[in-house]
Design a protein around this ligand. Structure first.
Ligand code: ADP
Length: 489
């Protein structure tokens, strides 16, 4: 029932500025379907002048429309209507499944409801967090007031286009800002549909604008535009560093950066039902074909249970079947494109050259046309400096390391570059809490792996995994600036 014909999806082509679909004359770029590698659209990228137009419109719209100045609960009302439309729109689900790596069943069951719920969470935040009053002389009043930044520039990656857009737009819009958002050039369409639905829900035209194009041209123009007062980015650590430097040099604007990861899954011999643990580990490294910054891609398992756990994981890995994302029965995501496929292949080759053994997988699935479906892969016999242990691969590849004592396990779990999240699997409370304290990561999941639908829990990394938080009230408050006021009367 969820299956659809990929040739019959109507695409919202162009940029979306001031409530209109706009075509520009910038460089042309082709957009491919990950499932079969077919080019299904060609777009023109927004150059610096086009980005300037979008930002100027946003800057005007947020003031003139009253979006910044209205009662916050009014903004909440619009955002709630927007969330409802997102849930009801079948085109949105098809655009997401067609152009991204997410099978349509996954989009309908998870991506769409999670996108809508994140926006509802920020609808609730809109009028909940205010400033402060300070003790001072009787004849004075000291206070802290909050205000929107104005225009926030948002840049999203290709792995979860809709939910990433909701994590950026929800808090920014609820706090009274305008947004100019650049989705990944690999997955441009679903975000435009989302913006159309926002206008249908009552968001004033021009308050949310979408510009299409590459990071080097469109993204760079957005980050460095003088009227963009804050940048919110999700993507790779290398690009995040570049954006932080550009933002510093062009107005010292604040940045929220949600970046890469190489997260450990630490399994102790008292982890409980081993079949359940194996399922958790599998989901942790194969969800979205391993193309998630939070993917749990380093299994660090206590030696006593390594063999039975690997037996179960091997069986589970072999049971995975590829299938195009527009087939309602597909469950397993392809890699986004050939470049990503080559990256996965090259890290596995480098790992093997340094002594790694492939326990299962290690190759692209045969017979999937030009789609890059990669077999779930287990690599073992790895030293800590093996490239597969050190590098973020962004594919369904799990490295396996074993340990004897708790301290050794915790030492292996540490990573020099990344600190995004970690899974700890043990039924011992003291052990779980010791690990929670010891692990240097922005999120620690104990006896689970992955986020829940509780958007009040923020997410964000330590070290090279980022700065600031997405989600939670923290992301809302980061979209407001604070002004201290002292009044004598
Ligand atoms: P990937 O290479 O896996 O797509 P990136 O982190 O480079 O990961 O991309 C994430 C997002 O950042 C995309 O929307 C991309 O276009 C954008 N981007 C890439 N480089 C820049 C840049 N220099 N400035 C702004 N945005 C960029």
């Amino acid at each position: 029932m969820l299956s659809f014909d990929p040739e019959k999806v109507s695409l919202p082509v162009g940029h979306y500025i001031n409530g209109h679909h706009i075509q520009t004359q910038g460089a042309a770029f082709a957009v491919k379907r990950p499932s079969d590698g077919k080019i299904y659209a060609t777009l023109r990228e927004a150059d610096a002048a086009d980005v300037d137009r979008a930002v100027q419109i946003a800057h005007q719209a947020v003031k003139i429309s009253g979006w910044a100045g209205c009662a916050p609960r009014e903004r909440g009302r619009v955002l709630r209507r927007w969330a409802d439309l997102i849930e009801q729109d079948s085109l949105l689900a098809q655009l997401e499944a067609l152009g991204s790596t997410r099978p349509v069943s996954d989009v309908v069951q998870h991506e769409i409801p999670f996108t809508a719920e994140a926006i509802r969470f920020y609808a609730e935040c809109a009028d909940k967090y205010s400033g402060d009053l300070f003790p001072t002389r009787d004849s004075s009043l000291g206070m802290l007031i909050t205000e929107p930044y104005g225009v926030i520039g948002a840049i999203t990656p290709w792995n979860f286009p809709l939910s990433m857009a909701s994590w950026k737009c929800g808090p920014a819009l609820a706090a009274g800002n305008a947004v100019v958002l650049k989705p990944s050039e690999l997955t441009p369409f679903s975000t435009v549909r989302m913006a159309e639905l926002a206008v249908q829900a009552g968001l004033p035209a021009g308050v949310l604008n979408i510009v299409q194009g590459s990071g080097a041209v469109t993204g760079h123009a957005l980050v460095t535009h003088p009227l963009v007062r804050k940048v919110s980015f999700t993507g790779s650590t290398v690009t995040g560093a570049r954006i932080m430097s550009d933002a510093a040099q062009h107005g010292m604007k604040p940045v929220t950066l949600e970046l890469g990861g190489k997260s450990p899954q630490l399994v102790f011999d008292d982890a409980g039902d081993i079949d359940v643990v194996a399922q958790r580990i599998l989901r942790g490294f194969t969800a979205n074909g391993g193309q998630a910054c939070v993917a749990g891609t380093r299994l660090i398992v206590q030696r006593a249970i390594a063999a039975p756990l690997l037996d179960r994981l091997t069986v589970l890995c072999r049971s995975v079947q590829p299938g195009v994302t527009w087939d309602g029965d597909s469950r397993y995501a392809p890699l986004i494109d050939e470049r990503q496929g080559n990256k996965v292949a090259s890290v596995i080759a480098a790992a093997k050259a340094q002594g790694a053994e492939v326990l299962v997988g290690g190759e692209r699935f045969a017979d999937t046309a030009e789609g890059w479906f990669w077999q779930p892969t287990l690599l073992c016999n790895l030293a800590q400096d093996n490239p597969a242990v050190q590098q973020e691969i962004f594919g369904p590849v799990l490295t396996v390391q074993t340990f004897e004592e708790e301290e050794e396990g915790l030492r292996l779990a540490a990573h020099e570059i990344y600190g995004l999240c970690a899974g700890v699997h043990t039924l011992s409370l003291p052990r779980a809490l010791r690990a929670m304290r010891a692990i240097e990561a922005g999120t620690v999941w104990i006896n689970r792996y992955g986020r829940s639908g509780d958007f009040i829990i923020p997410t964000g990394g330590f070290l090279g995994s980022g700065i600031g938080k997405d989600l939670g009230r923290q992301a809302f408050q980061a979209c407001q600036r604070q002004k201290s006021v002292l009044i004598d009367f």
